[in-house]
Design a protein around this ligand. Structure first.
Ligand code: C2O
Ligand code: CU
Length: 457
């Protein structure tokens, strides 16, 4: 396969040095502000972004499993904001959903998030207020929860994938109200980055074992991924270890989703290994790993990662309640009508307000939950995608399992990609009390109606 250096803007500046993520203590400040960032290659102007700290993505927060994470978010933005800790099974009050779990943090105000992290793995944080705009401007960052005894690897590398819509030539396009995006596949960027650069590169040694933590932070892009010069396994999905390591194959990473790979460097010394995005049949380098001389022998067998508490209790299928979710609307399947803010409106009136999608005839998070369920009960939700587009459904505060057509249960996850015209059923053991948002993580779709919530009593 032909490997292309990803550079939709032009040539990549030679010798771009990757910024190391500053490692933060478990408590501290997380300041959201407007900053000029060198996002595009060095021969382009800087980009005015909204960031946590000084960079997009923001600082990597690392905490040990079971520890508390305390961050005082300081809002230096021109808009209100909140922070959501994606994939963490935390207390509802810390979940960062405006109006559902907290008041928005007004400009100039502060809010302290304080929660513990019960499950090891790869997570992330991002703005959840006006998220289409705020995430598209840069407000996201990695959140890594380390195992008390991490697996032995030679390097542990976070690869935060995103895309940006840049115009003339390196400004964030401010067409957040774009109706074509809202009613089609969402805001897809024209510039793809890994850890905030289009030229991410990290030296490795032949035969080294790497842990690669892939996070899709893009507003709507589904990454089709593969590797070259690396051989190994998928070790975790959405933070949760898979029970048995799976060989790396073709991977689709939906917005919000994460995959942990554990892989050995098999490319020859002097060559490069790659994480690739497969795009229109071509492989684009998302990350390059130039191979230096090193260990002569590959390491031995790799054990699966220890399971997290959050995946050990399985949904109780026998006593489960089933609440179907019909996903409707979008281009080519226009909404005929839906209830929006308590009013039944026709498709045209909805479109005028930027609403193109509905769940069970409701556009936008409704005043009453999709389901109200007692703590410890299992909820089954057949996700019926009647639209012409894929949707990345994300549930807050819980991991769920897909109910496979064979009747078995898929791996624990917090985000699932539902292809157009298909039904994917999920089962959730609802063991975390509170009001939990359930929405499409294509942020343009969320903003255009694809949201509901469940209440766990
Ligand atoms: Cu990653 Cu509701 O969000
Ligand atoms: Cu969607």
């Amino acid at each position: 396969m032909r490997i292309t250096r990803r550079s939709l803007l032009g040539t990549i500046a030679a010798g771009t040095v990757l910024p190391a993520f500053p490692l933060c203590a478990a408590t501290g400040e997380l300041r959201a502000s407007v900053r000029d960032v060198q996002l595009a290659p060095g021969n382009f102007p800087t980009t005015q972004m909204w960031v946590y700290g000084d960079t997009a993505p923001g600082p990597t927060i690392r905490a040990t499993q079971g520890a508390r994470v305390v961050r005082e978010v300081v809002n230096d933005l021109p808009q209100a904001t909140t922070v959501h800790w994606h994939g963490i099974r935390l207390e509802n009050a810390m979940d960062g959903v405006p109006d559902l779990t907290q008041d928005p943090i007004a400009p100039g105000e502060r809010f302290t998030y304080d929660f513990s992290v019960p499950d090891a793995g790869t997570y992330w944080y991002h703005s959840h207020f006006n998220a289409l705009e705020q995430v598209s401007r840069g407000l996201s960052g990695p959140l890594i929860v380390e195992e008390a005894e991490p697996p032995e690897v030679d390097d542990d590398i976070v690869l935060a994938l995103s895309d940006w819509r840049l115009v003339d030539p390196a400004a964030i396009s401010e067409d957040f109200g774009n109706r074509h995006d809202a009613s089609h596949a969402g805001r897809i960027g024209n510039f793809v980055t890994t850890n905030g650069t289009a030229a991410f590169s990290r030296s490795v040694k032949r035969n080294q074992r790497l842990r690669l933590r892939l996070i899709n932070m893009a507003p709507a892009r589904i990454f089709e991924l593969s590797v070259q010069g690396l051989s190994g396994w998928v070790a975790a999905i959405d933070g949760m270890p898979v029970e048995q390591l799976l060989p790396i194959g073709q991977m689709f990473l939906a917005p919000g989703g994460r995959i942990d790979l554990i892989a050995d460097v098999t490319a020859d010394v002097g060559q490069e290994a790659f994480l690739l995005e497969i795009f229109q049949g071509e492989g684009f380098a998302l990350a390059a790993f130039p191979v230096e001389k090193g260990g002569e022998k590959r390491r031995g067998a790799q054990a699966a990662l220890p399971l997290n508490p959050g995946q050990q209790a399985l949904p109780q299928m026998g006593e489960a309640r089933t609440v179907p979710l019909s996903m409707d609307g979008g281009a080519m399947r226009g909404l005929r009508e839906a209830t929006y803010q308590g009013e039944k409106l026709d498709g045209q009136a909805l479109a005028q307000q930027g609403i193109f999608w509905a769940f069970n005839g409701q556009a936008g998070a409704p005043p009453t939950p999709l389901a109200e369920i007692a703590r410890g009960e299992t909820l089954r939700i057949p996700l019926m995608n009647q639209t012409a587009f894929p949707h990345a459904m994300h549930l807050h505060g819980h991991h769920f399992r897909e109910v496979l057509p064979t009747g078995g249960l898929g791996p624990a996850r917090d985000t699932i990609l539902v292809d157009p015209g298909t039904v994917r059923e999920i089962a959730v053991l609802c063991d975390n009390p509170g009001d939990w948002l359930f929405h499409c993580h294509m942020l343009s779709h969320h903003a255009a109606g694809m949201a509901t919530w469940i209440k766990v009593l």
